[in-house]
Design a protein around this ligand. Structure first.
Ligand SMILES: [Zn+2]
Length: 164
């Protein structure tokens, strides 16, 4: 039995905790919550930061404790740094929510020379789905995002670039 089946209520409550940087995404959508277990009657939640040194993680930890506390559950939060978070852990519904929010979700692409240098090619515009886009800046509104511009609808948009 995995921890989702064992503690469905906890996972359900954790759905209410949103990512401080992208409020439309829950920490479950992001795949930040790795495990939930019970030790000596206390709940322990494992989380993995989306990138190391992410200042949002302290907020997430506080938020997890506060939200579970509202439901009468005392919890400890444990930071698990290995294995490192990858965008593969982001749920499909999470990717859809990002798109609706106007941020291009991380794309599954074979690693090319360009992606190695942090310049993934052909990022799809979240508004018009055009792949005719160009990188404006490696850093968008936060370090986790790059700023792109769509050459068809001419709108700038953020690309969620943090992988691993
Ligand atoms: Zn566009």
């Amino acid at each position: 039995m995995n921890s989702k089946e064992k503690y469905p209520k906890i996972w359900e409550i954790l759905e209410q905790v949103s990512d401080p940087e992208i409020p439309v995404l829950s920490i479950i959508d992001l795949g930040v919550v790795r495990d939930v277990r019970e030790i000596n009657g206390q709940i322990e939640v494992d989380i993995t930061p989306t990138y190391s040194g992410c200042p949002a993680m302290n907020m997430i930890e506080t938020e997890i404790k506060a939200t579970l506390d509202q439901h009468g559950i005392k919890a400890q939060v444990k930071l698990v740094l290995s294995p490192a978070w990858t965008t593969d852990w982001m749920s499909e519904s999470g990717k859809n929510k990002l798109r609706e929010y106007g941020i291009a979700p991380p794309q599954d692409e074979p690693i090319t020379v360009n992606t190695l240098f942090g310049k993934p090619e052909h990022i799809e515009c979240p508004r018009c789905k055009s792949k005719n886009t160009e990188l404006i800046s490696q850093f968008g509104s936060t370090a986790c995002k790059a700023l792109y511009k769509c050459l068809d609808c001419l709108e700038p948009f953020d690309y969620f670039k943090c992988h691993r």
